[in-house]
Write a protein that binds this ligand. Sequence first.
Ligand SMILES: Cc1cc2nc3c(=O)[nH]c(=O)nc-3n(C[C@H](O)[C@H](O)[C@H](O)COP(=O)(O)OP(=O)(O)OC[C@H]3O[C@@H](n4cnc5c(N)ncnc54)[C@H](O)[C@@H]3O)c2cc1C
Length: 470
Amino acid sequence: MKSYAIVGAGYTGLSVLAQLLEHAKGDVASITLFDVPEKLAVGTAFAEDVSTNLLNRPVNSMYFRERGDFGAWLARHDPKAPVTDSAFLPRARFGQFLCHQLRECQQQAASLGIEFNIVPQRVIDVFSLETCLRVQTEDGTDRFYHRCFLCLGTATSHDPYGLRHQPGYYDSVWPVSCLDITRDDCVAIIGSRLSAHDAAIALASKCRKIYFLSRKGALPRQIEGYCDITPQAFTTDEIDRLLVAHGRITVAQLFRLLRREFNAHHCSLSQFIQHADPGVTAMSILLALNNTVSYAWRKLSEHQRQHFILRWQPRWQQLRIPIASPNAEKIAALFRSGKLEHLHGDIAITPRRQGFTIAVPGREPIVASKVINASGISSAPASYPLAQRLVQRGMACEHPFGGIRVCSDSLCLQDVAGRTVSGIKCIGQLTVGDYYAVGNIDVLHSQARQAVISGWHDTPLAECAQGEER
Ligand SMILES: Cc1cc2nc3c(=O)[nH]c(=O)nc-3n(C[C@H](O)[C@H](O)[C@H](O)COP(=O)(O)OP(=O)(O)OC[C@H]3O[C@@H](n4cnc5c(N)ncnc54)[C@H](O)[C@@H]3O)c2cc1C
């Protein structure tokens, strides 16, 4: 019988918990879930915050155990306020659904006779011992487990302009409701993607003026909704067939498959890439391919991955992560009214005694009283203190394309010498180098399942060890 630790209780940690309970075949003695109390079950994305923070996918494409479960839960829990499948709801609503899922998991564990614990603490380190793992929390307690899943989630890129400790600077946009913004404030938001939009919409009525600051000036695309798509050409079977035929696969071959996929649905890939407003079908194709894109990435050589990152990465991210149309319309209205402006280029931010001077090429500097960092998700292990410790001790190895290296079949960590670390698996944003498309629930859901059902590379000693806690 094995004892399991799950570090991080956002969507991913919870998915691992549900999969462990589903696939437990009498060998799970106990499961312990670690996270800080305010993030338990909801993580970063789905925590309580302003109601204008919307899910970027409609009700029918958000799920936990299986497609449709979120919509079914909404219908059961709020029968007086029916929502359509195509509605874009506040993110916190999905968080409430996840809290319900956590309670269901607790009951399921009890009915299976599995001991289930929640430790409301941050984990600061994990050590690999001969027969087990030592998990250390910030209160200095050591606990011992046979196996551990690291589901550390998403961390923001930290302090891109070196403004930490300056009064009026916020290093994170979440929760938007905790930002101290007043009527006279002129707010500069670093970034112009989804989180920047969330902040602008929530703060527009509270301040005088808002600026987006970005290097390239790109804005996310708008999405009206999604339709059901069954992939025809860009499938794992086709990718395997190419691999067998050519012995390797290239980015160019994948784009050819993607073009065939678009054609099969009477869409043009070139038009999609060039035009600002993609159709529902085009965006739905990309949504339907989340898992296959991740699969294809694992089949590419490091050289081909490098080629994609240099040539396509920024464009792909802008194409892939759209903004829900209700919020896109609010942002358009803010631009029209002049309340919101987008400054882009090689921007410099200098702190003053009060506020900040923002220098933008080709125009007079502006003065902002508050600066908020919404520059996006970091995939550098340094942004995840626990991952950083493992890298420093050689137990994990930084991936050249972000995050840390994992075994692509089992998601077990790989150490600095390229050996598989027995007993520790990593899921989510930190596997971006090996899995690429990890910023969506489809890939996280698949990873959780794969991590639970795949092997652990157990050492003979760990195979026969029993759980204990000290
Ligand atoms: C603002 C935002 C909005 C998003 N909106 C959507 C959306 O609408 N639809 C969608 O499909 N996807 C969305 N995403 C993508 C999102 O990343 C995933 O869908 C998913 O929620 C990620 O879950 P996670 O558990 O991997 O990460 P997180 O939600 O970040 O959870 C990780 C958890 O690990 C905990 N943790 C980290 N380190 C430790 C430690 N050392 N000890 C203990 N606990 C630790 C954190 O406290 C956190 O609770 C959004 C992402 C963000 C950032």
